[in-house]
Design a binder for this molecule. Structure first.
Ligand code: GLP
Length: 243
């Protein structure tokens, strides 16, 4: 399909994704970005930082919303996605405003209210211009695990065991990995005007094949992204090997 870009390796995938984001920010300085964590976007962020330093790419009017945060998780924890984004991107560019879902432990009523506020804040800024996505081995996007409804919005979710196992090394053991997270929903993601999904490495080949060629089902949330009118998929040859 014409909305798939295949590059030779991870570095080239990151360059392609970063230049798409940079083009958007140059064309629309007040762009609203939906950002992602995980190892996949790290090279994209490094490239955006380089463009900021060397080419003066200006983020001062950009607002960003991250997909998800572990729960329970304090923003100041080294394991938080809040800390990840601050260290790997926001402390190194001149971002205007940035938001990550609040992972602080609190009552269910407060969580529901904060999730609704997160959605309202996205809508108030004009909606997401571009949502960046990685893909988990379970087929999750953000932390929308198998079974996530198409109409889901920002909410408290339960993590799949495979996701927890994949996260365990960073936490120093499986028992340290939270069981829950706060994540934008499928509908939140699909409302973005543009979606950029990226994956690299042989370990993603099977889920990439299912995401693009398998039956469209809430059991593999990444398959739902195909329906988006303006989604582009960026893979390296290893991740695209089974397509
Ligand atoms: C985490 C994140 C996802 C990410 C996935 C894949 O679970 N919540 O947004 O896509 O990991 O991570 P990686 O890019 O490290 O393979």
């Amino acid at each position: 399909p014409k909305n798939i870009s295949i590059s030779s390796d991870y570095a080239h995938v990151c360059r392609a994704v970063a230049s798409r984001i940079a083009d958007l920010v140059r064309a629309k300085p007040g762009a609203v970005l939906g950002l992602a964590t995980g190892s996949s976007p790290l090279g994209v962020y490094a490239e955006l930082i380089r463009m900021h330093r060397e080419e003066g790419l200006d983020f001062s009017r950009v607002t960003s919303f991250n997909l998800d945060e572990y729960y329970p998780m304090s923003a100041s924890s080294e394991h938080s996605y809040h800390a990840f984004m601050e260290a790997n991107l926001f402390s190194q560019i001149n971002i205007g405003r940035w938001y990550v879902p609040d992972g602080r432990s609190r009552g269910m009523q407060e969580i529901l209210l904060d999730c609704r506020r997160y959605e309202e804040r996205i809508a108030d800024t004009g909606g997401l211009d571009l949502q960046l996505l990685g893909i988990g081995r379970t087929g999750h996007v953000g932390f929308n695990e198998p079974g996530s409804p198409r109409d889901s919005r920002t909410r408290l979710v339960t993590l799949h065991e495979v996701t927890r196992v994949d996260a365990a090394p960073g936490f120093g053991g499986l028992d340290q990995v939270p069981h829950q997270a706060v994540s934008m929903g499928i509908a939140t993601i699909m409302d973005a005007r543009e979606i950029v999904m990226m994956a690299s490495g042989a370990g993603k080949a099977e889920i990439v094949r299912r995401a693009l060629e398998g039956e469209e089902t809430e059991q593999v949330p990444a398959t739902l992204i195909r329906r988006h009118a303006n989604a582009r998929f960026y893979f390296d040859t290893d991740a695209a090997r089974l397509l």
